[in-house]
Design a binder for this molecule. Structure first.
Ligand code: HQG
Length: 177
């Protein structure tokens, strides 16, 4: 992604995951926004073609366009409540959570919580998790016994871009890698 694309991607993440009202945008209950309205209200030189390009080239496939191209939403990462329509499915035996060492004491007490987001985000492989953790400081990777939790009734979802989501991971299901 070019620097310009990254900037637009960050803008889209902000309005589609966290603060649509910052530009007077409305999302429907499933998180979709009208492309034309988004462009009109964005206050940046955005065109439909540029938007499509950013969506297509997003390294993590953060956004989805509706089949008719009229609507756009974020695939995951929301802090606002949206219904992504994901079905709970069986996860692999282990999933990984990248975090910063400074959060470990609190995680040991409370388990993993969604904090400001709707879900706890988990990765299918430790390397991806490490990169997620680096965003917060000295990274460390936690292993989550996902299949066991699923069997105990914890729901697991996989977003359209392959990120695993759940609501809470109790501390006894977590071990350090
Ligand atoms: C930590 C990016 C203290 C948690 C990534 C994390 C991901 C606790 C931080 C997506 C805690 C929240 C999400 C507890 C959890 N006590 N700290 N009990 N439970 N935490 O950014 O998972 O590039 O909301 O470990 O790739 O880092 O934006 O979550 O460090 O997929 O598309 O609280 O964001 O994707 O941080 O990242 P975040 P995250 P994008």
């Amino acid at each position: 992604m070019s620097e310009h694309h990254t900037e637009i991607s960050k803008f889209l993440s902000f309005v589609l995951r966290h603060k649509p009202e910052a530009i007077g945008l409305e999302l429907d209950p499933e998180g979709w926004a009208e492309v034309d309205t988004l462009i009109a209200k964005s206050g940046i030189p955005l065109t439909p073609a540029l938007l499509r390009d950013v969506v297509a080239s997003s390294d993590k496939q953060r956004f989805a366009l509706s089949a008719d191209g009229l609507y756009i939403r974020a695939n995951q990462g929301h802090s606002i409540a949206v219904n992504l329509g994901l079905e709970a499915i069986e996860p692999p035996e282990w999933l990984y959570h990248g975090t910063a060492t400074r959060f470990l004491d609190s995680i040991q007490l409370q388990g993993l919580r969604p904090q400001n987001r709707q879900h706890v985000h988990l990765s299918a492989d430790p390397q991806t998790a490490r990169n997620v953790g680096k965003r917060h400081g000295q990274p460390t990777v936690l292993t989550v016994s996902a299949l066991l939790l699923h069997r105990e009734g914890h729901p697991f979802f996989r977003s359209r871009n392959g990120v695993w989501l759940t609501t809470h991971v109790p501390q006894d299901a977590i071990s350090e890698l």
